[in-house]
Structure formats: structure tokens, C-alpha cells
Ligand binder design. Structure first.
Ligand code: ADP
Ligand code: ASP
Ligand code: MG
Length: 447
């Protein structure tokens, strides 16, 4: 068995689903289990509709809903299924408009419709185009805790359900499931966080003991940098799980950061492939270390980061200072990405701005705090960083006049991360890409 996950752009239209059909057909002998994202930008559109509804723009929300329904109808032709789902959605949206409040639970209820629909649409398309397909509702097999919008899978129960439900079906049929969606033990719909369909695919892969997990997307694989900044970035042919996990965590959106965990557990290779160019080999992510003549494999980055500078109001940091700081972030359910300390101060970065006011207020009870907005994290990642002297010098040299606000190295040995002003992000990534990828090791990179 293999798992084949197709992202939003790979199922954005009837034409795209036709391409998916051909790709799946050519691999039927490997007994594929197909996981699909919502069609195109559906999740964003659903979240906008929910915001409009609670923001007092009920009519605008309902108009947007009609346009989203028309899109699904046009691309699928499944009148009854689409109508039923959108009737239910309209009820939800009207309810939200009355309440005027959006809870994480209702966000999940609404955003789940993207994958609920796309999985039915793809199943139906397969059935009409020569694939013996069967739909499985992911909410019946992926069990999570109650943390709506960021739910964490309960692995034991999820794997038990997957192994009972999927392999018997996959013997004869292509199982199609929605990514991203799940439910609590009590059957309340949850989601795994934005971009979470990759995570679904690896959970399914680990649960059924698949031989491979394929992530089909709109680029040729993992690239040496975000193609939005480096349009001619190179494909990385092979990379290790831990390198890929670091890159995903620090902003390489091509893979959801949680994806590698189940794959490592099950020792299942993950492939990243392009659904528009299926003939390209893609990127293979594997457990074995990948040696390369290049020091790094790729550059990840993430804009719109906040830096908090926290200064002890005493002359030095008393013991317990760090604990108090991190307790504040913990209470506010906000994760910290990068930390740097000196004798009297701590700087750290967060990428979730929602709770920043509350966090700053709590910190000010025992420290001086300033916040720098619009900062960016850049992270270079590669196994060789740990064996190669002088990497830091090359980075600072390449960056020339660009001001580096914070540096972090050593926490994982294979990454070097730093913070620059948001306005310097592109120039910094371009400079680093030129420095580290001028010569490419052909065993690891596609030139
Ligand atoms: P999908 O909808 O298939 O899940 P995503 O949009 O989530 O696709 O992820 C693919 C996108 O990730 C690419 O189109 C690209 O813009 C972006 N990306 C960012 N960093 C990288 C990188 N290092 N390598 C490849 N793609 C990257
Ligand atoms: N549809 C969800 C999102 O847009 C999950 C995914 O695409 O992976 O975040
Ligand atoms: Mg994605």
C-alpha cells in the first residue's frame, strides 16, 4: 500500500482532478490510499465567510457562500451532494451571525466542509473514470483531543481504527479520504491545523504500515529556498527526516511540520511530487543521513514574526526568571520559536500574534518588555553544519550590511537560525542562496 496525498492546487478544478485520476491509475498496482485537501482556496474562503458572519456582514457571508457553492457545483456536477452540504453550511453561518461569536469549535465545524466535499467529489470522479473507489470519512478514523483548530491526534486509537478500516477495503478498492479533518472521541469535528492534510497522510501511512507516503503538490519537490523568493531554486533530490522537519518547522510550507513524526515512527519514506509534472522524480525524505558536498540542504524562512525583548527589572537575571517567562507563554498557548539570552535580557520570537497583548501585560508584571513587529526568521538547515567550521562566518559575510537581530545555533546541531527585519528578508535569502548554492552536489541537487 502507498498513501497519495493531493494538496489544494492539485484538486482545484475538474481538470486538476482529471490529472490526479491519471496519476492514481498509473499506480493502482501499489494499492493507493488517496488523501485530498479542500479544492483550491476553499479553506481560506470558508474562514472568510465565518469572519463575515460574526462581523455583522451576514448577507455578504451568504453571498460568498453561494459563490463557493457554485464553484463546487461547476467543477463536480454533483448537485445533490453539494446542495446538501451547502444547506448545512448556510444554517451554520446564519447561526454564527446571530451569535456574533466565533469559537474554535465552530471554526472547525465550518472549515471541515472543504475536505468533506473534496473527498466525496474526488471519489465520485474516480468512480466515473474507471477507478473502483470508495470513500472513507476521516472523522471516523482519525481521533484527536479537544484542541479545536490545532487538534492533536490520539495515536493509539487512530492507528487501531485505521488498521481495522482501511487495509481490508484497499485490497480491492482505492480508498479516498479527506485530509485535515478528524474528530474527538465523542464525535465532534476537529481539524489538525492549517496545512494539516500532509499530517493526515502520514498518520494514515503509519497506521496501515504503508510502504511509501507521497505528497503531491504544485512544485517539483523540496527546493533550496522558497520559490516565491528564489524563483529558480533547485530541487533537493534527497533529504533526511530531521532536516525536512527543521525546514518545515521554520517555514517551508511544502510540508506540514508534524508530517515527519508518524513517518519516522513507521520508518516510511516520504516523497514530494508535482501533480503537474508527474514525470519529475521529486524529493525523497528518508531516515538515513544524506551526505552532501554542500553544507546546507535548504533555506527556510518565515515573515510576520514578532520579537519580544524581555529585560529583567533587577540588575541581573534572578533564578526563576526564565521559568516565569515561559509560564506566561504556556498560559497563553503561544509557542516560542527562537530564544536568545544575555545577562539581563531575553529575546524571543513568536509567529502567533493573537495573544501578544495579554502576554506583554503579564510579562510587564516582572520585566520590561518591548515588541518589534514585522521581523523575519531565516533558517539554514543541513546535516553538515555540525561538522563544518566557519559556517557562521560565511553567513555573516554573505549578508553584508544586513542587520542580524538575533542568532540561534546549536539547539539541533543541524540548523542555524537568525532574525532580520521583515524588509530585509528577500535580500537576505537571495544573498544566502547565492553563497551556499553556487556549486551544487549533483548527487543531492538537481541543477
Ligand atoms: P499544497 O496545497 O499542495 O499542500 P502548499 O501551498 O501547502 O501546497 O505547499 C506548496 C508550496 O510551498 C509551494 O507552492 C511553495 O510556494 C511553498 N514553499 C515554501 N518553501 C518551499 C521550499 N523550500 N520548497 C518547496 N516549496 C516551498
Ligand atoms: N485545507 C487545509 C488548509 O488549507 C488543509 C491542507 O490543505 O493541508 O489548511
Ligand atoms: Mg500544504
Amino acid at each position: 500500500m502507498i498513501v497519495m496525498k493531493f494538496g489544494g492546487s492539485s484538486v482545484e478544478s475538474a481538470e486538476a482532478i482529471q490529472r490526479v485520476t491519471e496519476i492514481v491509475k498509473s499506480r493502482l498496482d501499489r494499492r493507493p490510499i488517496v488523501v485530498v485537501s479542500a479544492m483550491g482556496k476553499t479553506t481560506n474562503r470558508l474562514l472568510t465567510i465565518a469572519d463575515l458572519a460574526v462581523g455583522g456582514q451576514r448577507d455578504e457571508a451568504l453571498r460568498e457562500l453561494v459563490s463557493l457553492r457554485d464553484f463546487h457545483l461547476r467543477e463536480s456536477g454533483m448537485e445533490r451532494t453539494v446542495d446538501e452540504h451547502f444547506q448545512e453550511l448556510a444554517e451554520l453561518v446564519k447561526g454564527l451571525a446571530v451569535l456574533g461569536e466565533l469559537t474554535p469549535r465552530s471554526i472547525d465545524a465550518i472549515s471541515s466542509f472543504g475536505e468533506r466535499l473534496s473527498s466525496l467529489i474526488v471519489t465520485n470522479y474516480f468512480q466515473h473514470h474507471g477507478i473502483n473507489a470508495v470513500h472513507v470519512d476521516s472523522r471516523k478514523v482519525i481521533v484527536t483531543d479537544h484542541r479545536h483548530t490545532q487538534a492533536i491526534p490520539l495515536l493509539e486509537q487512530t492507528y487501531a481504527k485505521l488498521v481495522a478500516a482501511i487495509p481490508p477495503l484497499a485490497k480491492q478498492q482505492v480508498v479516498v479520504m479527506g485530509g485535515f479533518i478528524a474528530s474527538t472521541e465523542n464525535g465532534v469535528t476537529t481539524t489538525l491545523g492549517r496545512g494539516g492534510s500532509d499530517f493526515t497522510a502520514s498518520l494514515v501511512g503509519a497506521g496501515v504500515g504503508a510502504e511509501e507516503i507521497q505528497i503531491w503538490t504544485d512544485v517539483d519537490g523540496m527546493l533550496t529556498a522558497d520559490p516565491a523568493i528564489i524563483p529558480n531554486a533547485h530541487r533537493v533530490k534527497v533529504i533526511s527526516f530531521i532536516e525536512a522537519a527543521e525546514l518545515a518547522y521554520f517555514g517551508a510550507k511544502v510540508l506540514h511540520p508534524a508530517t515527519v513524526m508518524p513517518a519516522i515512527d513507521g520508518n516510511i519514506p516520504v516523497l514530494i511530487l508535482n501533480s503537474r509534472r508527474p514525470q519529475v522524480e521529486g524529493t525523497r525524505i528518508q531516515s538515513a543521513t544524506v551526505l552532501s558536498k554542500n553544507v546546507i540542504k535548504s533555506i527556510a524562512c518565515k515573515g510576520q514574526v514578532l520579537v519580544l525583548n524581555i529585560r529583567s527589572t533587577r540588575m541581573f537575571m534572578a533564578h526563576g526568571f526564565m521559568r516565569r517567562i515561559f509560564e506566561v507563554f504556556d498560559r497563553n498557548q503561544t509557542s516560542v520559536d527562537m530564544v536568545a539570552t544575555s545577562e539581563v535580557s531575553v529575546s524571543l520570537t513568536i509567529d502567533q500574534p493573537e495573544r501578544v497583548e495579554a502576554i506583554v501585560a503579564e510579562l510587564r508584571e516582572f520585566a520590561e518588555v518591548s515588541v518589534d513587529e514585522n521581523q523575519a526568521i531565516i533558517c539554514i538547515v543541513g546535516e553538515n553544519i555540525r561538522h563544518t567550521p566557519g559556517v557562521g562566518a560565511r553567513v555573516f559575510n554573505a549578508l553584508g550590511g544586513i542587520n542580524v537581530r538575533m542568532v540561534s545555533q546549536g539547539a539541533s546541531a543541524l540548523n542555524l537560525g537568525f532574525v532580520v527585519a521583515g524588509g530585509d528578508l528577500n535580500a537576505a535569502v537571495q544573498a544566502l542562496h547565492g553563497e551556499f548554492f553556487a556549486d551544487l552536489d549533483p548527487a543531492v541537487f538537481d541543477a
